[in-house]
Design a protein around this ligand. Structure first.
Ligand code: MTE
Ligand code: MO
Length: 406
């Protein structure tokens, strides 16, 4: 951080002016005018909805690489994709801070140290299609591919907040995007997130092999070594390792430090584990932050016919979002969960990051149910079952895959 920055450098604008900027300098992109790069990406993904654009990779492709290529990284957007003009773009930092900031993309890249961290991003609705078998759930019918693992480069959010000088009483950090999401009443509102300040300032996920603690959250401008694509939040997004994807806000335009959680719909109402969804139940339920321990079988596909004998099985496991949790063990059963064998783990045990795994059970001719379960370094074991909830969030029961060997 360059501390010689003078006050004059930080242009202050009101939120009304910021709203005007949004309108003047972004153009929303609907599927019919997707640029070639986005169209190429769509070609590699299973498109769950065109408008807004929601897509996930076929599961076999997903586990082909430990670092998910950007073209194969799922996209989850609630509204149209804004095309942001980086020249006129700015990020404001306001709320419980002594020095509100207005930062250009260049400021974020040059005035703060660059951190590159590996982090998996997982949609809270990942595996919803399985939970929906318990009882139907509306929303994007995600298979187990609403997850990806990328190298993200950006500024430590803690450094940005320190530059703004956090005031006493601050407890939460709100994020607001530039995407105008149509509301039921015909108006538009941006997507928003909120995370506890504690996650930004303290309890940082360190790599399991020791070394320097990683930031708890970054304001990222690059994904896998290239500027963010429009689908993934260009020019800036937050990345909060271990938290549900919804807290990693794309097209980030505003950060607000507060004594409470954000009133944005996606914090106050959506992204809560509820069963009835009454206003009372929603008011009493905390927003979801951390992902639970999870794993999935990606190869073979559910229902596949395989050759009898040794069968190649592969998938991923995700540690819980607790700052020190990393994947320690993955077990595979070829008999519906009666007996288990250890899978071979690839890569390192890193908090906030998935681990790919492989196993080679021997299958006699006939039908078999493959089942996977993971254990993380906190000792937590993935549960056999996971209860249904209204929005279909956090499904993390043992993943089952019926196959037929011949
Ligand atoms: N501004 C904005 N940020 C957003 C969203 C959105 O719709 N608008 N979707 C969120 C959700 S629910 C997820 S899972 C992740 C998905 O990130 P990706 O599209 O880069 O994979 O972005 C999050 N950030
Ligand atoms: Mo999500």
């Amino acid at each position: 951080m360059n501390h010689s920055l003078s006050r004059r450098d930080w242009l202050r604008i009101s939120s009304a002016a910021a709203a005007a900027l949004v309108t003047a300098h972004t153009r929303t992109l609907w599927p019919q005018d997707r640029p070639p790069a986005a169209a190429a990406k769509a070609a590699q993904l299973l498109v769950r909805s065109e408008n807004p654009f929601n897509a996930e990779p076929p599961l076999a492709d997903l586990v082909a690489d430990e670092v998910t290529p950007t073209e194969r990284f799922f996209v989850r957007s609630h509204g149209p994709t804004p095309q942001v003009d980086a020249k006129s773009y700015s990020l404001t930092v306001a709320g419980l801070v002594r020095k509100p900031l207005t930062l250009s993309l260049d400021d974020v890249q040059k005035k703060f140290a660059a951190h590159t961290l590996a982090a998996s991003l997982t949609c809270a609705g990942n595996r919803r299609v399985e939970m929906a078998r318990l009882k139907p759930i509306s929303g994007v019918q995600w298979d187990a591919g609403a997850i990806g693992n990328a190298a993200w480069t950006g500024a430590d959010l803690a450094e940005i907040l320190h530059a703004a000088e956090i005031e006493p009483g601050a407890k939460h950090v709100w994020f607001e995007g530039l995407d105008p999401i149509p509301e039921k009443d015909g108006s538009e509102a941006p997507f928003g997130g909120s995370i506890p300040l504690e996650r930004v300032l303290g309890a940082k996920p360190a790599s399991a092999s020791g070394g320097k603690p990683a930031p708890g959250a970054i304001v990222a401008y690059a994904m896998n070594g290239a500027p963010l694509t429009a689908d993934h939040g260009y020019p800036l997004r937050t990345v909060v390792p271990g938290f549900i994807g919804a807290r990693s806000v794309k097209w980030l335009a505003k950060i607000v430090v507060s004594d409470r959680t954000s009133p944005n719909h996606y914090v106050a109402e959506a992204y809560k584990v509820v069963t009835a969804g009454t206003p009372e139940e929603l008011a009493q339920t905390e927003p979801i932050y951390e992902m639970p321990l999870n794993s999935a079988i990606c190869v073979p596909a559910v229902g596949a016919k395989v050759g009898a004998g040794r069968v190649q099985v592969a998938g991923y496991a995700l540690p819980s979002g607790s700052p020190r949790a990393a994947v320690r063990r993955v077990e595979l059963s070829a008999d519906g969960g009666r007996t288990w064998q250890d899978a071979t783990l690839r890569g390192e045990a890193v908090p906030g990051c998935w681990r790919l795994w492989e196993a080679e059970p021997t299958l006699a001719a006939g039908k078999h149910t493959l089942v996977v379960r993971a254990t993380d370094s906190t000792g937590a074991v993935q549960p056999r079952e996971f209860p249904w909830n209204l929005k279909g969030y956090l499904y993390s029961a043992w993943h089952r895959c019926e196959v037929e060997a011949a």
